[in-house]
Design a protein around this ligand. Sequence first.
Ligand code: ADP
Ligand code: ADP
Length: 229
Amino acid sequence: EPLIQLKNINKSYHNDDSETLALNHVSLNIHEGEFVCIMGPSGCGKSTLLNIAGLLDIPSNGEVVFQKESVHKLSSKKRAQLRRENIGFVFQSFNLIDDLTVFENIELPLIYQHVSPNERKFRVEKIMDRLQLSHKKKAFPSQISGGLQQRVAVARAVVSRPRLILADEPTGNLDSERGREVMDILTSLNELGTTILMVTHSTAASDYASRIINLFDGQIVTENLHKGK
Ligand code: ADP
Ligand code: ADP
């Protein structure tokens, strides 16, 4: 049973007098436990696909099924709730909050979920320990390196134990060594059962995936299981 099903999705954007078809009849099933990578040139629809799979946006046509629930008819409030309960996001630009400490940034999703303060402290400290961030818990994002900032972003994405992690160019702003560290962390989360859907240009990053999907002009052109996985 797939965790997410995209069924014959179209997405078009309308601006003034022009229309862009960003996704053109895309169908895709993502199963629990998979590590799927979407690749393709700039403008081919990768972020649009990630936003729709992550319930941040809705398709113009077609159906999105998340955990057997058809989501395209849900209110945006209900979608936000499904997101908060099930999905962690990691972006190229980290998206940390500058005037919150490392600890407070990681804690934020748990506050949204109304987790008690004691439980929050326990869970934030546990994930900081696992990702080797404990020594930076009182630092602000601007005081730590990009590699550490992305590790904080990963910790924030997983502290609420989401079933799915969506990563948009997670290594895009990192050097190769820091990029490998982040990919190793995502891989170990995947090995513990978290499903991962990642968009990247980097073949160094896509090497970690078990399935690679190539998009071109809004369509899936090839799909292959990764060698050796
Ligand atoms: P990618 O992530 O592969 O670079 P995107 O999904 O961002 O591709 O974009 C796919 C197409 O949709 C591009 O032609 C882009 O210009 C267009 N597009 C994306 N977002 C918008 C938007 N909000 N309004 C209008 N056009 C958009
Ligand atoms: P609300 O409007 O109730 O604050 P949002 O729609 O802003 O809810 O976000 C709910 C959850 O969805 C967030 O906790 C976050 O995990 C995710 N989310 C929504 N939009 C974004 C975004 N642009 N970037 C990253 N995460 C997002």
